[in-house]
Design a binder for this molecule. Sequence first.
Ligand code: ADE
Length: 251
Amino acid sequence: MIFDILTLFPEMFQGPLTTSIIGRAADKGLVGINLINIRNYSRNKHRTVDDTPYGGGGGMVMTAEPLYEAVDALRDRYSGRLGPVVLMCPQGLTFDQSMARELAGKEHVVLICGHYEGLDERVRALADLEVSIGDYVLTGGELPAMVIVDAVARLIPGVLGEPEGTEDDSFAGGLLEYPQYTKPREYRNQPVPEVLLSGHHAEIERWRREEALVRTLIRRPELLKGNLTEDDRRTLREIARQALEMKDIKA
Ligand code: ADE
């Protein structure tokens, strides 16, 4: 899978995308990350990429032209078969695991990182999709682009060690992930739950599903909707019954 990232600050990507799992995936050729400096597509003498806003007001606005030229150049490079063009933007659709999965199915994705106080509105017409990574405003689209590359790349087969490595992730099955433990068996008065030491596969599976359900119920109850099996409903009813019983005891 190839990412073409249009940015004014390609140097920001050194580190996050060259180390650890994503760095290894790039070394193995599982993901290609091309950083394209938008400034290279500025046609004016001083290679500027921003200007003052029409109508007045403070700040600078990123001009449309270099971005259009950069995307045109990509279209030429890929003989017109460009993947989706995704604009990083706080006004976009909120990025989530299902969007990551959808993008992981593409062969090519173009990410546009805005900067300065805003973008010329006409840049939006270039994009197939506008994506926000959350309801807060960052100084530019570079960090959001890195978040997207990371979340998408780890879903590409071969990027994580285990083929089933992402199946139990939080959000993968619509629920938060169950608790995980490793050695030692007890640490500072916190023992590993007995069931995980039992070697009893079916019981471990049941325990993990229940823990995922309870954790999701407590932390993110809105995720439960649409992600429950009949067994899960029974489990949740049982948990509610036990909770009510405990309340009676306390009262
Ligand atoms: N650019 C600035 N803030 C952003 C956000 N939250 N998501 C995507 N792009 C952004």
